[in-house]
Design a protein around this ligand. Structure first.
Ligand code: SF4
Ligand code: SF4
Length: 114
């Protein structure tokens, strides 16, 4: 299983264009070593610096959105898709994950990509 396969199992939240509310509320998103390496590679490739959170704002958020969007970590993708991670702006995917589905995603995430 590739990490992109895991990501593709997460429902999509229909975020309105330009919304960055959650990215301003949780600081630096948690990520595994594999994800951290993907982010560092992406930053290097695009001549960007590793950032530090300012208060609760993620270092990778810009007014246009996430600057590392293609390699954003699992938790950013999961946010808004389950009852444990409800979107602060109340947007939802077509179907929220069931608790067992969320558990399974975390299990696969930790088993293969931690
Ligand atoms: S998950 Fe919610 S708060 Fe975060 S960008 Fe989407 S709509 Fe905005
Ligand atoms: S990595 Fe991107 S999607 Fe995740 S919190 Fe930061 S700006 Fe938002």
């Amino acid at each position: 299983m590739d990490i992109e396969d895991l990501y593709s199992m997460i429902p999509k939240v229909p975020c309105p264009p330009g919304c960055i509310t959650c990215c301003k509320n949780f600081g630096v998103p948690s990520r595994t070593k594999i994800e951290d390496e993907r982010i560092k590679e992406y930053l290097k490739k695009h001549n960007m610096k590793v950032g530090e959170a300012k208060g609760t704002t993620c270092p990778y958020v810009t007014e246009k959105g996430c600057s590392i969007y293609p390699v954003r970590p699992f938790i950013c993708r999961l946010y808004g898709t389950s009852p444990n991670y409800m979107c602060i702006e109340n947007y939802r995917p077509a179907r929220l994950l069931e608790p067992e589905e969320e558990e399974e995603l975390f299990y696969l995430y930790r088993k293969y990509f931690d």
